[in-house]
Design a protein around this ligand. Structure first.
Ligand code: PLP
Length: 430
């Protein structure tokens, strides 16, 4: 960036549109879902971000989840800079890799060994390959409304009817690939049972977000995770928890620790990198020893385990382990949830707030949101107006109804109360 150039939201967006498809490197950043011009962020500190016009926001987007300690945490930046000064990449194992590996193994219940990759997408893609490699089976089961990155086999929509084969979620995915994925409704244990009854011997794995964040926050109902665990076990399929959002967010050990259901493979990302591009898949020795070079299932990465990224992630995990912020995050999340319920209640706006710990979604519906179908009952037109009204008032939430808001340790009670006042004023203005 030329320092002499005066940047602004429109100038960045306009230049970006000339050279990047839609002006973005990830579609949701185009703000299409909320029908408004996107902003460009240039700086973040604690609970705040600043856009290219110099406007300040209280940030509940949190870069889509990684920033559990808020923006520019001093100790995280310091560790990252320290690593940076020794060089950017070596392409051989560096001392940060065992350090962060040990942290993951001691924090995540199912993890005895961990392989680092560069994104959540790579983690889920590699986990599915590993499951297929171990079982020698082709079919995978996923749930409608769960997002696992943009890997072909996981970017698949539901066909019609229960336990039918999937259809491509986008042009570019061959039907032959999509057909190997069964897409079931979330929280529907009977559908899982039926899928196993029909195809159990062919199912390599079931992959799910143990708490969904990508249809908005949806909690697993009592017995759902347990039933999937039982079925996968009895049919010799592997259970993959995609904890890219929930890992290190719901507790040190993620959703598996909170619900006491232990998967065979865990996918991690987001918080794991502390803001740098990092993903990982982890599991017991027995499972992970099938990965090359010990085992036969190939997976590699030129920049995997990059020292700067590992340092940033390591420091983030270390702070989480030492400071144990989960009680505090629960209290802040609860404060936000209760405020949102009170304000929407006052104004008689149909609303459902789903929350676990520091992840939360406000749906504009009276229905109990328990799967993608009920999530879609939310009034997305109202959400778009709400998003814009909040943005104008200096509050940044994810620019789509079907996403999670994130509270970080950097949010003070005051920040949350300020945000709630703005929510009140935003809803009043609509
Ligand atoms: C963000 C996300 C991914 C994909 O991670 P990327 O780093 O964007 O590739 C996968 N699974 C879940 C649950 C996610 O939220």
């Amino acid at each position: 960036m030329q320092e002499t150039e005066k940047i602004s939201n429109p100038s960045v967006v306009e230049r970006a549109r000339k050279v990047l498809p839609g002006g973005v490197n990830s579609p949701v950043r185009a703000f299409t879902a909320v029908g408004t011009e996107p902003i460009s962020l240039v700086r973040g500190s604690g609970s705040r971000v600043w856009d290219a016009d110099g406007r300040e926001y209280i940030d509940f987007l949190a870069s889509w989840g990684p920033l559990i300690l808020g923006h520019s945490h001093p100790a995280v930046l310091e560790e990252t800079k320290k690593a940076l000064e020794n060089g950017l990449t070596f392409g051989l194992t560096n001392p940060y890799e065992p350090l962060i590996g040990e942290a993951v193994v001691s924090m995540v219940p199912s993890a005895q060994k961990v392989r680092f990759v560069n994104s959540g997408t790579e983690a889920t893609m590699s986990a599915v390959r590993l499951a297929r490699g171990i079982t020698g089976r082709k079919l995978i089961v996923k749930f409608e409304g769960c997002y696992h990155g943009h890997y072909d086999s996981l970017l698949v929509s539901a066909g019609s009817g229960v336990a039918t084969f999937g259809i491509p979620g986008t042009p570019g995915i061959p039907e032959d690939i999509a057909r190997l994925t069964l897409v079931l409704p979330y929280n529907d244990g009977e559908a899982v049972e039926e899928a196993f009854f029909r195809y159990g011997e062919e199912i390599a794995c079931v992959i799910l977000e143990p708490v969904a964040g990508n249809m908005g926050v949806v909690l697993p109902e009592r017995g759902f995770l347990e039933k999937i665990r039982e079925l996968t076990q009895s049919y010799g399929s592997l259970l993959i928890f995609d904890e890219v959002i929930t890992g290190f967010r719901l507790s040190e050990g993620g959703a598996q620790e909170v619900f006491g259901v232990i998967p065979d493979i865990t996918c991690l990302g987001k918080i794991l990198g502390g803001g740098m591009p990092v993903g990982a898949y982890a599991g017991p020795d027995e499972v992970m020893s099938e990965v090359a070079p010990v085992g036969k299932v190939y997976q590699a990465g030129t920049l995997s385990g990059n020292p700067v990224a590992m340092a940033c992630g390591f420091k983030t995990l270390q702070i989480l382990r030492e400071s144990k912020p989960y009680g505090e995050l629960e209290n802040k999340g609860k404060r936000l949830e209760e405020g949102l319920k009170e304000i929407t209640g006052e104004r008689g706006i149909p609303a459902t707030v789903n929350r676990l710990g520091s992840m939360l979604t406000l749906f504009f519906t009276d229905e109990k949101v328990r799967d993608f179908e009920t999530a879609k009952s939310s009034d997305t037109k109202l959400f778009s107006k709400f998003f814009k009204a909040l943005l104008e008032r200096g509050i940044l939430i994810p620019p789509s109804q079907f996403e999670a808001w994130f509270v970080s340790t950097a949010h003070s009670d005051e920040d949350i109360d300020t945000a709630l006042e703005k929510v009140r004023s935003a809803l009043k203005s609509l």
